[in-house]
Design a binder for this molecule. Structure first.
Ligand code: 9D3
Length: 244
């Protein structure tokens, strides 16, 4: 996957890229991320990226020129770029969205805004897609762009150490994850569920499925709206309901 990030805080993006799974994916050649300082594409001596809003009101608006200039210089061909504008009014990011982006052949270009808004002409004439990471207010698009690149990176085949981890994820299965335990067997009197020590793989699987169903029922019942229950799932859910 090939990405670029356009931001007035390139060091924020670079700091995160220099650690974690993303660093490894870059080293393995599975991912490229080019970070561009928007200020380098201004044409005044103060490198101004924002200005007062027409019509008045509080807050500043990011100027259109630097975004248009960087696009013309670095990604002049619409056919080979996909510009993703991080915006609180965009489509809400989720795991399906991450999978869609993974399948994208074009270079993914992330435009990060700061201040109250970005000039509407950037939204209208440059953005191919507008994405939000959730209904809460951040100070800019930098963390959202990292969230998206991080989520897509771990879907790239070979990016994770263990290829089984990505598919076993909650949300990939449609249910929340089951509880995990590691050594010691008893930690200050608190025991690991005996079934996990039994060596009986089908019992372990059944227990995990039941715990995943239980966690989903208690914490995220909304996930059942889009999850198709098997016969076995319904039996496990009955067991759970009887136990409570
Ligand atoms: C009252 C208008 N505000 C919108 C809620 C203005 C505003 C505040 C903060 C506009 C942009 C921002 C900065 N946020 C982002 O750039 C952003 C964001 C977010 O704040 N939440 C979730 N996803 C995203 S993607 C980009």
């Amino acid at each position: 996957m090939n990405c670029s990030v356009v931001t007035i805080f390139p060091e924020v993006i670079n700091a995160y890229l220099g650690a974690s799974i993303m660093k490894r994916a870059i080293a393995k050649g599975l991912l490229t991320v080019n970070v561009h300082d928007l200020r380098a594409y201004t044409s005044d001596k103060h490198h101004t990226v924002d200005d007062y809003p027409y019509g008045g009101g509080a807050g500043m608006v990011m100027k259109p020129e630097p975004f248009f200039r960087i696009t013309e210089e670095l990604w002049p061909d619409r056919a080979t770029r996909k510009i993703i504008l991080l915006s609180p009014t965009g489509r809400k990011f989720d795991q399906n969205c991450a999978e869609e982006l993974l399948g994208e052949e074009k270079e993914l270009v992330f435009f990060c805004g700061r201040y109250e808004a970005i000039d509407e002409r950037v939204h209208q004439y440059l953005a191919d897609e507008e994405i939000s990471v959730g209904d809460y207010v951040l100070t800019g698009g930098e963390l959202p762009s990292l969230v998206i690149i991080d989520a897509v990176t771990r879907l790239i085949p070979g990016a994770l150490g263990d290829c089984r981890s990505a598919e076993a994820d909650s949300f990939s299965s449609g249910l929340l994850d089951y509880p995990h335990y590691t050594r010691p067997e008893i930690f200050s009197g608190k025991e690991v569920p005996p079934v996990l020590l039994s060596g009986n793989h089908s019992e372990v699987s059944r227990w995990r499925k039941k715990q995943a169903l239980k966690a989903t029922l208690m914490k995220r019942p909304d996930l059942f709206d889009t999850y198709t229950l098997s016969e076995d799932d319904m039996k496990l859910l009955d067991e759970i309901k009887e136990e409570n």
